[in-house]
Design a protein around this ligand. Sequence first.
Ligand SMILES: Cc1cc2nc3c(=O)[nH]c(=O)nc-3n(C[C@H](O)[C@H](O)[C@H](O)COP(=O)(O)O)c2cc1C
Length: 204
Amino acid sequence: MTTVQDQKTVEEFRKPTFPIDPLFINRWSPRSFLEKPVADELLFSLFEAARWAPSANNSQPWTFIVARSVEDQAKFHSFILEGNLAWCRKAPVLAMALSRKTENEKVYKFHAFDTGMACANLALQATAHGLITHFMAGIDAEKARQVLDIPAEYDIQGVIAIGYQGEKEALSEALQQREQPNGRKELSEVVFEGSLDQKVNFTK
Ligand SMILES: Cc1cc2nc3c(=O)[nH]c(=O)nc-3n(C[C@H](O)[C@H](O)[C@H](O)COP(=O)(O)O)c2cc1C
């Protein structure tokens, strides 16, 4: 079984070109969750980490709706698309990430970017404390808006499944095939020197 604590296993799949904090490599998005609740204090620390993310003009346009009770989770399950529902039903916590587009006279142009930063903080805090997270945009956003009565000034960014990693074998055959940390593009494909015409020499 690949667990977040089992850094060696994750490293088999993920080889950074330059040394980085192992936290970045160990955060990945498994689909197998244990049916084990997350203690309040630990869960709240994830939102505390999100709270300290940077944002344009410190606007902090993120908002989270947490679903932990059977009733709240049933509401979330009603709008999560089947492909995601197949694995996220066991997750003890689901959290919807909303980004606020306007507030009174203010327009938050970077609401989605800022909320992504907050979600990244949340995910890294989770990894650092033995939890896993899996972000899902695969939801019926219009239905979600109706079910949760979300006002028009908020965009729905997606739902984050949060919990403890379960055994790969608990997944369907098809999902077991996908249950491993993935790789990344080369640095030379995404970082340029001065202009997009000029490659950076990343050789050490
Ligand atoms: C905006 C966004 C939407 C995503 N939507 C889904 C989704 O609907 N279903 C899913 O299984 N994974 C989803 N993912 C997870 C990505 O597939 C995953 O983060 C990516 O493959 C990188 O893998 P890693 O998170 O394990 O490093 C989403 C991730 C992001 C950031």
